[in-house]
Design a protein around this ligand. Sequence first.
Ligand code: IMP
Ligand code: MG
Length: 172
Amino acid sequence: MSQNRLKPLLRARAIQKRVKELGAEITSAHRGQALTLLALLDGAYCFVADLARCIDLPDLRLHFSRASSYGSGTTSSGTVTLEPLPDFSNRTVLLVDDILDTGRTLQAVKTSLNGAPVRTCVLLDKPTRRVPEGLQVADYIGFTIPDTFVVGYGLDHDGRYRHLPDICVLEA
Ligand code: IMP
Ligand code: MG
């Protein structure tokens, strides 16, 4: 197995602090609403688990779906594969993903929700990576980061490093 160097970019304590802030913001913006968090697996598993516990709303539901755009490399394959989504009518949907990179994933999920209103929340944003067909912005962003490949706190490289509590830059 090849060895990569991991350089910490965001420590667990800073991540937890920011997730709490996002949870409070989402709570006050959606008071009185029936909110469903639509979390994209596998990458968002840590983020949504922490975020949901920082949202104080009585009618909060979680739905998980699998979206994949990466193969085993560190650049997007360009094609997003999505599981079919249920009907979320009468609920506000907040799409939760680990990272907004080219924007293709958020674009594909929004399209498959058939134009229903959806808000978006990502832990990380790499704005310099956006492609024209996926010119996406998220409503809630944890951290804006430079164009580097990161792992940890749910993010993987070829299936590895998801369990790390810190978010680290993967150096060859
Ligand atoms: P997008 O469709 O290009 O915006 O890519 C979004 C998806 O690519 C994310 O949900 C991640 O699963 C994956 N991804 C993008 N950048 C990284 C990274 O730096 N590390 C790990 N996964 C990434
Ligand atoms: Mg993902």
